[in-house]
Design a protein around this ligand. Structure first.
Ligand code: FES
Length: 105
């Protein structure tokens, strides 16, 4: 697998249902759900909006705060208009009580 695992946050510090950070100029959001942690590029594929400001929707989706497009958290797939392309996703793992994300590079 290409990329680099980075240690993002201790699990005990992940107190909300989302956490945002930047890596190499890219905004990334990690959502915590009952189905696990999911990391995505924090930029809607439709226009200029942060998914981290969106609403989590069952099962395992996020709704963009700007024009309400739905995306699948696991795959990044766009599920409703006006978004017609998927979001970039990043693999996540839990190791040593930390959340890790596999970023490019
Ligand atoms: S900016 Fe996200 S749906 Fe338009």
């Amino acid at each position: 697998m290409r990329g680099k695992w980075i240690k993002v946050i201790p699990l005990e510090g992940f107190t909300e249902d989302r956490f945002t950070f930047e890596y190499d100029g890219e905004p990334i959001v990690v959502f915590k759900t009952e189905q696990g942690f999911f990391a995505l590029l924090d930029e809607c594929s439709h226009d200029d909006a942060r998914l981290s400001g969106g609403v989590l929707v069952e099962p395992c989706q996020v709704q963009c705060p700007k024009h309400k497009a739905l995306f699948d958290l696991k795959s990044g797939k766009n599920l409703s208009p006006p978004a017609f392309s998927p979001l970039k996703t990043f693999p996540v793992k839990i190791e040593g009580e930390y959340l890790w994300v596999l970023v490019d590079g």
